[in-house]
Design a protein around this ligand. Structure first.
Ligand SMILES: Nc1ncnc2c1ncn2[C@@H]1O[C@H](COP(=O)(O)OP(=O)(O)OP(=O)(O)O)[C@@H](O)[C@H]1O
Length: 323
């Protein structure tokens, strides 16, 4: 095991990256729903310009963490400090989602949340308008600043749709786009707010292998070309291991490990957490296989009863019981 992988949720051992420029710095984040503790004293230190992945089995607390960072949930304890590149500090804990977004922290959702009956362009323009200055009165009266705001949001929407590769589909209804395109449109919408931190919640879910590769390239370009720090929740380990600079691992609401992709892959606590999950999936898969096998045997038995040729049904030999 390499030395600088931390296997707890606290502030153990200083690592080379600990002193870097932190864009998000959360500590002691604890979120409870009745008797369920979905986040337990979680620490997150995200360096400006990095791609940080959050992984963990189902129910580990990944989406709860995203919801806490973006104002959808208010944890009972902890602090979440955001430091934009222009200086200053903002406490995000308890802040309303639209205000978090306005500060420069935007997100996509695990379940796509587009306006299906609006075009791709309209979906992105709505997001772009949230960062413009014109108020409802100047828009209603068609004042010059409102017309400028409209032109600006239009230009911004074209720009980001072109960046994500959807400019040729800007007049198509969001609901009629392929799943992969809808995922890209969600990313475009988040980019239209000019974020410094982009949170992607399972962006590869439901996409095909080609779309996954395109997504991988898009995440790299967002990070490298736009200089956006990316926080990524993803179950597709190939994607995570290929795009993430660092990975933090949650299990049962606690951070159990953090390090480079290759470091966490070898971490015994991570292997155990995932093997547990795999074992559960295996149980379901085995149950399905047994059910299918039994159904096939029932069919075969029915066929055997009708068969007059003794040799046809006798491969098990006389008197041998089927298992
Ligand atoms: N709004 C809520 N009300 C009650 N319990 C919640 C709520 N949101 C999350 N939880 C609970 O918190 C725990 C963590 O859930 P969360 O959705 O954050 O996990 P996850 O790691 O994102 O899972 P998945 O990979 O399946 O999306 C779960 O036990 C979940 O039932």
């Amino acid at each position: 095991m390499t030395t600088d992988v931390r296997t707890d949720g606290g502030s153990a051992g200083t690592t080379a990256t600990d002193n870097g420029d932190l864009v998000l710095d959360a500590a002691g984040v604890t979120l409870r729903f009745g008797g369920v503790t979905s986040l337990n004293n979680v620490e997150l230190r995200m360096h400006r310009g990095e791609v940080l992945a959050v992984i963990g089995p189902n129910g580990a607390g990944k989406t709860s963490l995203f919801n806490s960072l973006t104002g959808a949930y208010t944890p009972q304890e902890g602090r979440i400090t955001y430091r934009p590149s222009q200086g200053g500090e903002h406490e995000l804990l308890g802040r309303k989602p639209h205000l978090v977004s306005r500060l420069g922290v935007s997100r996509t959702f695990q379940n796509i949340r587009l306006f299906g009956a609006l075009t791709a362009l309209e979906n992105v323009k709505i997001a772009a308008e949230t960062r413009l200055k014109a108020g409802p009165v100047s828009i209603m009266l068609g004042l010059p600043n409102a017309r400028k705001a409209e032109r600006d949001s239009d230009r911004k929407a074209h720009e980001v749709l072109s960046f994500v590769g959807l400019v040729d589909k800007l007049n198509e209804l969001a609901g009629s786009l392929s799943y992969g395109d809808q995922r890209r449109l969600e990313i475009a919408r988040a980019l239209a707010t000019d974020p410094q931190v982009l949170l992607l919640d399972e962006p590869a879910a439901g996409t095909n292998p080609t779309e996954k590769l395109e997504l991988e390239q898009l995440i790299r370009r967002i990070n490298r070309d736009l200089g956006v720090s990316v926080l990524l929740i993803e179950h597709d380990m190939r994607l995570v291991m290929s795009v993430a600079d660092r990975v933090m691992v949650l299990n049962f609401g606690k951070k159990i490990a953090e390090g480079t992709p290759s470091e966490v892959q070898q971490n015994p606590a991570v292997i155990e957490a995932y093997l547990g999950a795999v074992a559960e999936e295996d149980t379901a898969a085995v149950a399905e296989t047994i059910a299918a096998h039994e159904a096939a045997e029932t069919d075969a038995d029915t066929d055997d009863t009708d068969d007059t040729d003794d040799s046809a049904g006798g491969s098990d030999g006389p008197g041998k019981e089927r298992e």
